[in-house]
Design a protein around this ligand. Structure first.
Ligand code: MG
Ligand code: ZN
Length: 220
């Protein structure tokens, strides 16, 4: 029977993720699990975010990719601690992989940890890694039908960043349709329209991050 096996895997993962989360909480680190398709702009978003907020927030990165350390190197060039996890074929990060990366980071020097998940719209939504929130970035070029096709991603995310809105004049995708389809699945989803290329809309994301990390600091 497949179903019980899968449930056991997820339950075992949830336990490890919960232990990671305890450690993050104790260290006062706010953790985002950033998900999205390959090419949606996850690493570009992080480059922009680091540039904008590095004087205010100490940011650390765990970078998940099937292969290569290109993205971690891109972010390390911005002067932030960045650890690369190569999943060796697996299409998502899980709690155990994050636990393996924890000794590489000094959490007394990190306020915000972003875990950039493997580019994939399916199973990253099922696996917790110890995050406070899941955040999803979707390029408008991917189309406005994605919420109907990958509902779990939209349901699990607290924030949806719709990237590359500077390309809207050249596309058939409709932003309002995308937003309505997303909110039908998750009415409390916060949606920001952004372009990592032009920078438009990113100020709203930065404000959200300032508030989220500030709030986590105030917790006992
Ligand atoms: Mg990337
Ligand atoms: Zn997977």
């Amino acid at each position: 029977m497949k179903v019980p096996v899968i449930r056991n895997i997820l339950e075992a993962n949830d336990r490890i993720a919960e232990q990671n989360r305890e450690l993050f909480k104790k260290s006062g680190v706010f953790v985002i699990n950033l998900m999205g398709s390959p090419g949606a702009g996850k690493t570009s978003l992080l480059e922009r975010t680091i540039d904008a907020l590095k004087e205010e927030l100490r940011i650390g990165i765990i970078e998940g990719d099937i292969q290569s350390s290109r993205d971690a190197e891109r972010l390390a060039r911005k002067g932030v601690p960045a650890v690369q996890i190569n999943t060796g074929g697996a299409c998502h990060l899980d709690g155990n992989m994050i636990r393996g990366a924890l000794p590489e980071l000094d959490f007394s020097k990190i306020d915000l940890l972003v875990v950039e998940n493997v580019g994939n719209l399916v199973c990253p939504a099922e696996f917790k890694v110890g995050e406070d929130v899941k955040t999803m970035i979707l390029s408008i070029t991917e189309g406005d039908d994605k919420p109907a096709k990958y509902p779990l991603m939209f349901r699990e995310s607290r924030v949806l960043l719709v990237n590359k809105v500077d390309l809207l004049p050249y596309l058939d995708s409709d932003l309002e349709t995308l937003k309505q389809n997303s909110l039908r699945i998750n009415p409390s989803l916060e949606i920001f329209e952004i372009s990592c290329k032009t920078g438009e809309g990113l100020e709203h994301w930065y404000t959200w991050l300032r508030n989220a990390t500030g709030a986590s600091k105030k917790e006992p």
